[in-house]
Design a protein around this ligand. Structure first.
Ligand code: ZN
Length: 203
């Protein structure tokens, strides 16, 4: 996996996930960043930091940008998609709640496992993400159920910042998030396109 220049993430993009944490789906996409230093690849370990007692997986559909876009239309954004990747937006849920903003909760080294790049399907709404912990399915989400769909999200991001080749957009997690413990193996798959598997280690 080539490290992205930046990782732009979307919060609360599935109604059922927003509800499970007591939130509403926002009126506009809710954006945040993860640092490129959080990226790990296949079979590397997610390390639990000492500051958190509640580290959770968030399986997500990731978009790898193939072409520079700024102030893009949805059509231009669609054409700029270079590939699809499985992403685990690992989150220290307790720090996310206590800090108010999410840099620490989302930015820990090893908190962004990314799978290999798959070819985008003709119909992005069919993209399906599944998360398994120790082989048991915990999350399943379909892009058709997103509050804000992928071309809209990409176009929206480019009203703020340029998206460049190699950048990654993580499109939000479906319902079913849960805690990870040392010794767990967590796997995120965008069905048929990209799979990332990582073990969890104590810090
Ligand atoms: Zn997320």
């Amino acid at each position: 996996m080539i490290r992205p220049g930046k990782i732009v993430c979307v919060g609360r993009n599935y109604l059922e996930h927003a509800k499970e944490l007591g939130n509403e789906v926002p009126k506009e996409p809710l954006l945040f960043l993860k640092p490129p230093s959080s990226v790990i690849g296949m079979n590397e370990s997610i390390t639990l930091p000492s500051q958190s007692k509640q580290v959770e997986y968030e399986g997500e559909i990731g978009i790898r940008i193939g072409k520079r876009i700024f102030h893009a239309t949805e059509g231009e954004a669609r054409a700029a998609i270079g590939g699809i990747v499985a992403v685990n937006d690992v989150t220290a849920r307790d720090l996310q709640k206590s800090d108010g903003q999410w840099t620490r909760a989302k930015g820990v080294d090893t908190f962004c496992p990314i799978g290999p790049v798959g070819i985008p399907p003709d119909n992005l709404d069919t993209l399906t993400v599944v998360t398994r912990v120790n082989g048991v399915e915990r999350q399943r989400g379909v892009a058709a159920d997103m509050a804000f769909h992928i071309p809209m999200l990409l176009a929206y991001i480019t009203t703020i910042m340029t998206l460049e080749p190699g950048d990654l957009v993580a499109t939000g997690t479906p319902a079913g998030v849960g805690k990870l413990a040392a010794g767990d193996v967590v796997e995120v798959e965008v069905l048929g396109l990209s799979l990332i598997s990582n073990s969890v280690a104590a810090g």
